[in-house]
Unconditional design. Sequence first.
Length: 394
Amino acid sequence: MLAFLVDWLNLLIRWTHFILGIGWIGASFYFVWLDLSLRQREKMNPGVYGTSWLVHGGGFYHVEKYTVAPERLPEDLHWFVWEAYLTWLTGFALLIVQYYFNASAYLIDPGVMPLQPWEAIAISAGSLVAGWLIYDGLCRSPVGQKPALLGLAVFIVVCLAAYLYSHVFSGRAALIHVGALVGTMMAANVFMVIIPNQRKMTASLMKGEPPDPRLGQIGKQRSTHNNYLTLPVLLMMISGHYPMLYSHPQTWLIVAFILVMGAMVRHFINRADAGDDFATYSWTLLVAAVALVGAIYFTKPVERDLSAVPVPGEAEVLGILDRHCVMCHAVRPAHEGFDAPPADVVLETLPELHRFGDRVVAQAVRSNAMPLGNESGMTDEEREALGAWIEAQK
């Protein structure tokens, strides 16, 4: 019953996280587009940098952006803050429910690093804080004054985090933690930099003082980072559904490809929205395509020569299922994290193994995605034996 209720809690948090994320990302994409669509007009109000005309839902809108800020602010000034804050809070809650409550299954892989649940959780939470401090330090350092160099430094930091995570957690947890780390950096940008700077500018206006334009420039830098990190973080957050991504032995390389693809696609969209000449940014599609081909190549399934593996007897196959599969994939799972078989896959009998054979080969033979975190210590020899039996039945 507890596992059933936790599943519902997981679903509701995931749903909320998804809805809030749409709001945050949608607002981010809109304001980047709006910035790029601004044009100088013959007649503009004093202090206005540019304006944009829009039509939506049968109505026309005229938006102005000030170079720094207007002389006076209205009382109903809207702050875009809670979309980012609540997206991060629900994301961390989901990390707790999915990975902390079932640390032995989802977070820890004894074959990677034998950890106690509390140790793995402490490393997880601590790494998110450490990642933000490193990123923020880079932005505030002299490196932060050179956009290209800063972008390269952030790229290296995220890839290094992926490398370290893959040597501490299970493959699935490693990749989701890269997404959580990037998401933390993005949310902290809003909470720790963008909004505080905007509040300082607002306070100056309220006092009748000119606001410091550098505060707006810093906020714009962090907002731009968020914009370019959005597409990569979205893919990493759904990576748990695709073993081909998280079961790769070189996780950092897959993360590098994802970062390049996402950033290039985002840059292409940004430049198109800005109305640039296509020839000046078309190269981004080529770079994204090369990164995609690289990702596909390096995530190709492990080719085990099952033809050379002796086909095991039924008793041996049932023994492998009993040791490594039935604890979860049973009508009534014995594993404390499940009260129903995951994905409705039951592997208690040989006919059931034959029925779900293709899934088993994909998840447990040609990749190490199952068992989760290899909690039961399944060996390569057992994987090959299982695969040989399944192939022999075809």
